[in-house]
Design a protein around this ligand. Structure first.
Ligand code: GLN
Ligand code: ZN
Length: 761
C-alpha cells in the first residue's frame, strides 16, 4: 500500500531558514550561505521521508518565501516595475517582489485560503508576458534524485494560480486573470517536458480552489486546462490535489472527469463530505490519494479510525489504487515534536507534528498492506484513550456551564444608543474622542525584563517595578498628548493570545511549534487541549494599577474568545464552537472582575474574527452566529455605564457588517486607513449603524508620520457618512511594532486633527 505527503514545512525544526533568510537580507551572509542552509534543509526532509518509507515524496514544496511567488517566477510573470528582462529570476528580483526594495514596495500579500499562511498575490493584465522564468521545480527534482530520492514535483495548478491572481495596477478591475489560461499553459508544458526529461514519473498539481464555491465557467477552466495539457502528460502520472474542505459535487464531477489525470487527492479531515461522493462514484482505474492525516493541526491521528475509513475506500478503488496521504501540506502544522522537551509526557503522547505525521501516514499504509506495526498501533490507541478520559481534558463544571448557555442570546438589557447616553453621562468625553488600540512600543529593554522574569532571573518585585514604571511613562505620555481614553500599553504581554492562554487552564505551549505565517515570519500557536477555565483574574492587577495613575478613563484590555480560538491549535474532540463558548465564559469572568474593580471602559479585541470565516458560503452563517454569540457572552452582564469596545484588524468586512453590528459592542475600532473607501461605502449604502465607531485614521504598519491635515481630511470624509456623535479618532491598530520617535508625532497629529475638527463643528 502506498503513502504520500502533500507538502512539508520549509522553515526547519528550529527555524533554520528564517535565520538564514534574515541574515542574508541584513547583508550578514552571502547567497551561497543561504543556498547551503536551504539545500541542507531540503535534503534532510527528503531523507526523513524516504527513511520513513514514504512512496510519493514531494519536491518543490520548499520555498525561499512563498510557493505562489515561486509560481509567478516560474511563469516569468514579474510585474513591470521590478525590471525583469528575461532569463532565470534571481534572488534580487524574487525578494524585491516579496519584500520590496529601497525604491519599490512589495507585491500584495493575502491569506492562503482559511489558513494563517500568506501568499504573494500575482498581478496580471492583458499584456502580461509569460516565459519560463524559474527552473526551480526541475532543479529540486534533480537534487533529490542525486540524493537517491525519486520525488513527485509539486506545482500550483494553472487554474488555481489564475483564480488567486488579481488585475495589475492600471488594468481594469473587471479584467479576469483566468482569461490568460491559454497564455500560461505553454510555460506549464515546458516545465512538464523538462521534468519528464529529468526522470519524473509523477507530477502533482495543487488545485485547492476546487473546494470553493466556483461557478460553471470557472469549473470549465479546469476541463480546458487539463484537456490542453493532456498531450504533455503521456508517459507521466498526474495527481490533482485538493485540500482545506470537501469538494462540492459539481467540482467533484468536473475533477474526476479529467481523463488525462491518474489520481485525485482529497482532504478527508476537513472535507469528510467528499467521502460520500467517492463512495457514490469514483472513476475506475484512478488513484485515490486519501488525506486522512490532518495537516492543519497537531493532534496524533486516531489510527484505528483512519484505518477503518481507508478500509472502506479500499473496497471502492481497489488495493493498488489507494494511497494514504495527508489532508493538505504539512506546512500548516508544527515541524517536529522531538524538540519539545518541556511538554509533559502525557500531552506529548497526544500530539503529532509534521515529522510524526509522516510516520503515521507510513504506519497506516503498511497496516493496510498487511504489515501492521502492532506496538505502534497499540501505543496510539492507548494515547487516544488517555486523551479521551484524562481529567486534565474534562472539567465537569466548565462543561455544565457551557451547556447552560443554550437557549439564551446573551444580549445586554438596554439598546446601544441608550447605553451610549448613560456612558457619556459618566465619562463626559468630548465629541470625536481620541484613543489608541492598546499596545505602545515594545522596547528591547521591556522584552529583556519579561524574558528574565520568565526565566526566574529577576524577582517578581523587580519585574512589577519595571512594568509599573513603563505603564506610568505611557500614561503620562498620553496625558501630555491629551488623549481622552487611555490604555496601559500592554508592556506585560508578549502576544495577545499567548498572554491569556498562559493564564487559562486547558492550554499548553510548545517550545518550537512554529508555523510559517509569511516569508520568514512564524507564529507559535498555543495548544488548547482541555476544557478552558480561568483560575484567577488575569489583567485586573495591571489595569487597576494603570487606572490609579490617572483621572481619565483607562481601558481594560482583553483578547476576545474568537481570536483566542482562531490563533490557537484547537482540540478536535469537540466542535470549535464549544471550545469558543468555554473561552467566552472565562473572559466573561474577567470582564466582571474588571468592572467590579472600577474599570469603566473595557476593550475586547476580536482581531481574528473574520479570519475564521469558513471558505464555503453555506457554512458562514453558522460560524458567524456562534462567533458573535461568544463575543456577546463575554460582556452581556455589565452595567449600562460600562463601555465595551472591540477592535478588529481587518478592513475587509463589508460582507459581514451585519454580524459586526450584532456583536452589539458600544464602540468598535477598526483598521481602515489603507482602504478608506471600502469601509465608508458600507455606510454610504445606508447600513444603519448606531454604535460608536473608530475607523483607523493612520496606518501603523508604516513608519511614515501622518500630518494633522491629512488625518483631519480623513475624519471629514467619515463625518460625511457617519453621525458626529458616534465617531472616534484612533490609529489602525496597536503601536507595539513602532518606535517612540514615530508614535509621539503621529499621535500628536491625531489629537490636533480631532481638536481642529471639534472647533469647526
Ligand atoms: N490590543 C492589541 C494591541 O494594541 C490589539 C492588537 C491587534 O489587533 N492585533 O496590540
Ligand atoms: Zn489590530
Amino acid at each position: 500500500m502506498a503513502s504520500h505527503i502533500v507538502g512539508y514545512p520549509r522553515m526547519g525544526p528550529k527555524r533554520e531558514l528564517k535565520f538564514a533568510l534574515e541574515s542574508f537580507w541584513d547583508g550578514k551572509s552571502t547567497a551561497e550561505d543561504l543556498q547551503k542552509v536551504a539545500a541542507d534543509l531540503r535534503s534532510s526532509i527528503w531523507k526523513q521521508m524516504s527513511d520513513a518509507g514514504i512512496k510519493y515524496i514531494p519536491s518543490n514544496t520548499f520555498s525561499f518565501y512563498d510557493q505562489v511567488l515561486d509560481t509567478t517566477a516560474m511563469l516569468g510573470a514579474v510585474p513591470d516595475r521590478y525590471g525583469y528582462t528575461g532569463g532565470e529570476i534571481g534572488h534580487e528580483i524574487y525578494f524585491s517582489m516579496a519584500r520590496g526594495n529601497a525604491t519599490l514596495p512589495a507585491m500584495e500579500m493575502t491569506k492562503w485560503f482559511d489558513t494563517n499562511y500568506h501568499f504573494i498575490v500575482p498581478e496580471l493584465g492583458p499584456n502580461t508576458k509569460f516565459s519560463y522564468g524559474s527552473h526551480k521545480a526541475v532543479s529540486e527534482y534533480k537534487d533529490a534524485k542525486a540524493l537517491g530520492v525519486d520525488t513527485v514535483p509539486v506545482l500550483i495548478g494553472p487554474v488555481t494560480y489564475l483564480l488567486l491572481s488579481k488585475p495589475a495596477k492600471g488594468v481594469q478591475k473587471s479584467f479576469s486573470p483566468l482569461s490568460l489560461l491559454p497564455n500560461v499553459l505553454p510555460v506549464y508544458k515546458e516545465v512538464i517536458a523538462e521534468l519528464k526529461e529529468a526522470g519524473a514519473s509523477w507530477i502533482q498539481f495543487d488545485e485547492p480552489t476546487l473546494v470553493l464555491d466556483l461557478d460553471a465557467q470557472k469549473l470549465e477552466a479546469f476541463t480546458l486546462a487539463y484537456g490542453e495539457l493532456e498531450s504533455s502528460f503521456s508517459g507521466l502520472n498526474v495527481l490533482i490535489e485538493t485540500y482545506f474542505a470537501d469538494v462540492p459535487a459539481a467540482a467533484y464531477k468536473t475533477l474526476t472527469s479529467l481523463s488525462g489525470v491518474s489520481g485525485f487527492g482529497f482532504d478527508l479531515v476537513r472535507g469528510a463530505k467528499t467521502l460520500d461522493l467517492i463512495k457514490s462514484d469514483f472513476p475506475a482505474n484512478k488513484y485515490l490519494f486519501a488525506g486522512v492525516v490532518d495537516g492543519r493541526n497537531i493532534w496524533a491521528n486516531d489510527l484505528a479510525a483512519s484505518l477503518s475509513i481507508l478500509g472502506s475506500l479500499e473496497a471502492i478503488v481497489g488495493k493498488d489504487k489507494l494511497v494514504v496521504s495527508t489532508s493538505c501540506s504539512l506546512l500548516h502544522t508544527a515541524v517536529d515534536l522531538i524538540n519539545e522537551t518541556k511538554l509533559d509526557h502525557e500531552i506529548k503522547s497526544w500530539l503529532a507534528f509534521a515529522a510524526q505525521k509522516i510516520v503515521e501516514v507510513d504506519g497506516l499504509a503498511k497496516a493496510l498492506g498487511g504489515q501492521k506495526n502492532e506496538a505502534y498501533f497499540s501505543a496510539n490507541a492507548a494515547a487516544q484513550a488517555s486523551r479521551r478520559t484524562s481529567p486534565r481534558v474534562t472539567n465537569e463544571e466548565v462543561q455544565k456551564a457551557a451547556a447552560g448557555l443554550k437557549g439564551s442570546d446573551h444580549r445586554r438589557a438596554t439598546n446601544v444608543s441608550a447605553r451610549l447616553d448613560a456612558q457619556q453621562k459618566k465619562l463626559n468625553l468630548p465629541i470625536l474622542p481620541t484613543t489608541t488600540i492598546g499596545s505602545f512600543p515594545q522596547t528591547i529593554e521591556l522584552r529583556r525584563v519579561r524574558r528574565e522574569y520568565k526565566a526566574n532571573k529577576i524577582s517578581e518585585e523587580d519585574y512589577v517595578r519595571a512594568i509599573r514604571e513603563e505603564i506610568s511613562k505611557v500614561v503620562k505620555l498620553q496625558e501630555e498628548l491629551d488623549i481622552d481614553v487611555l490604555v496601559h500599553g500592554e508592556p506585560e504581554r508578549n502576544d495577545m493570545v499567548e498572554y491569556f492562554g498562559e493564564q487559562l487552564s486547558g492550554f499548553a505551549f510548545s517550545a518550537n511549534g512554529w508555523v510559517q505565517s509569511y516569508g520568514s515570519r512564524c507564529v507559535k500557536p498555543p495548544i488548547i487541549y482541555g476544557d478552558v477555565s480561568r483560575p484567577k483574574p488575569m489583567t485586573v492587577f495591571w489595569s487597576t494599577m494603570a487606572q490609579s495613575m490617572t483621572q481619565r478613563p483607562m481601558k481594560g484590555m482583553l483578547t476576545g474568545p474568537v481570536t483566542i480560538l482562531n490563533w490557537s491549535f484547537v482540540r478536535n474532540d469537540q466542535p470549535r464552537f464549544e471550545t469558543c463558548y468555554q473561552i467566552a465564559l472565562a473572559i466573561q469572568r474577567e470582564v466582571e472582575d474588571l468592572e467590579a474593580s472600577g474599570i469603566t471602559v473595557i476593550q475586547i479585541d476580536e482581531a481574528a474574527l473574520r479570519e475564521g470565516l469558513p471558505l464555503r458560503k453555506s457554512e458562514q452563517a453558522f460560524y458567524l452566529d456562534w462567533a458573535v454569540h461568544s463575543f456577546r457572552i463575554t460582556n452581556c452582564s455589565v452595567k449600562d455605564t460600562t463601555q465595551i469596545h472591540t477592535h478588529m484588524c481587518y478592513s475587509n468586512f463589508n460582507d459581514i457588517i451585519h454580524s459586526i453590528i450584532d456583536m452589539d459592542a458600544d464602540v468598535i475600532t477598526i483598521e481602515n486607513s489603507r482602504s478608506d473607501e471600502k469601509l465608508l461605502s458600507v455606510f454610504r449604502e445606508g447600513v444603519k449603524y448606531g454604535a460608536g465607531i473608530g475607523p483607523g485614521v493612520y496606518d501603523i504598519h508604516s513608519p511614515r508620520i501622518p500630518s494633522t491635515e491629512e488625518i483631519a481630511d480623513r475624519v471629514k470624509k467619515m463625518l460625511a457618512v457617519l453621525e458626529t456623535n458616534i465617531l472616534w479618532v484612533n490609529p489602525d491598530c496597536g503601536l507595539k511594532t513602532r518606535k517612540y520617535p514615530e508614535v509621539t508625532p503621529a499621535l500628536t497629529a491625531m489629537v490636533s486633527a480631532a481638536k481642529l475638527l471639534r472647533a469647526q463643528l
